[in-house]
Design a protein around this ligand. Structure first.
Ligand code: ASP
Length: 334
């Protein structure tokens, strides 16, 4: 049987885009993440939900938060975890993406968590392997688990404030500010936040706006950050992603900070309850002033912390069901 003819539906699933989930799917993950967040406060913060499963992180790009929190999430579910580093792998001898993921798949892993500089790489990989594929960032396309943990973090802050669980973001004004054009975080967040009812505005210099936002579920686009500050509930800042720019889109970082940085002065003009977010890594002094990143309403470390329960929920959703041994036989072992 060739890889193309494997029955893909037999006991496996992928997370390639937020649009794979829809509002219901997003909420199911957030609710499951509530339960997993609670586990992290226990003296032994582990559950045997994925005992016997193996997940592998296959990253062709650098990462701190995403890789570590996926690996921690898998360990907390008692899965076995393998880490593939492209810099020390046979990729350096010229091995292709296809041969690499098929080799990893042949080991018998249950999930491949992949990050790659090319948009569409995760989808492509999912067509070549039997394991579940989770997109941990593909070029400037999507980063679905980042959007899920961001939604979880906003929901946590709103729920804490109102004393009840807030699953509906209707009326919440979220401004995504900065290098939207090259940001997979922005694309996934727009989809997730809009699905939950938020009103999303993109704020960026012309050169860093997407070429087209047709079909994006956004309320508006503006190049004037100052005009948005007093009507923002969540100010979500993006890094300038030089590594994803084919040509220079920006030469003067001081000039960028003057117009688009969340400086101390601008942060003072936000409403007192406004939340400040950033997916990391931050360039302090460019898109966000250092003192602003450390304000009590800056949720950047909450976002990092919430990566673990949210990614536990994603792994559990994809791998938590009965296991099939080989797509050909479909034999259940548990
Ligand atoms: N860590 C996020 C990503 O991988 C954001 C960034 O790199 O600026 O897309």
């Amino acid at each position: 049987m060739t890889i193309e003819t494997i029955d893909r539906e037999a006991g496996r699933d992928n997370l390639l885009s937020v649009s794979d989930l829809g509002r219901e799917g997003i909420l199911e993950i957030l609710h499951q993440a509530d339960a997993f967040a609670e586990i992290s406060h226990r003296p032994m913060p582990k559950v045997p939900a994925l005992r016997g499963r193996t997940i592998v992180t296959v990253f062709f790009e650098n990462s701190t938060r995403t890789r570590l929190s996926f690996e921690m999430a898998a360990q907390r579910l008692n899965a076995d975890v393998l880490t593939f580093f492209s810099a020390t792998s046979s990729v350096q001898k010229g091995e292709s993406l296809r041969d690499t993921v098929q080799t990893v798949d042949a080991l018998g892993v249950d999930a491949i968590i992949i990050r790659h500089p090319s948009s569409g790489a995760a989808l492509q990989a999912s067509r070549w392997v039997r394991a579940s594929v989770i997109n941990a960032g593909d070029g400037q396309h999507e980063h679905p688990t980042q959007a899920l943990l961001d939604a979880f973090t906003i929901r946590e802050a709103l729920s804490r404030r109102s004393g009840q669980v807030v699953d509906d973001f209707a009326g919440l004004r979220v401004n995504i500010v900065g290098d939207v054009r090259h940001s997979r975080v922005a694309r996934s967040n727009v989809l997730a936040l809009a699905a939950l009812g938020a009103e999303v505005t993109l704020v960026a210099p012309e050169a860093l706006l997407p070429i087209s936002t047709e079909g994006w579920p956004i309320a508006r686009v503006t190049t004037d950050l100052d005009s948005t500050l007093d009507s923002t509930d969540v100010c979500y800042l993006l890094r300038i992603q030089h590594e994803r720019m084919a040509e220079a889109h920006l030469d003067d970082l001081d000039e960028y900070r003057r117009h688009f940085g969340l400086t101390t002065e601008r942060a003072a003009r936000l409403g007192k309850d406004a939340l400040i977010m950033h997916p990391g890594p931050m360039n302090r002094g460019v898109e966000i002033d250092s003192t602003v990143a450390d304000l009590p309403n800056a949720l950047i470390l909450d976002q990092a912390r919430n990566g673990v329960p949210v990614r536990m929920a994603v792994l559990f959703r994809l791998l938590g069901g009965p296991r099939t041994v080989g797509a050909e036989s479909g034999d259940l072992v548990e």
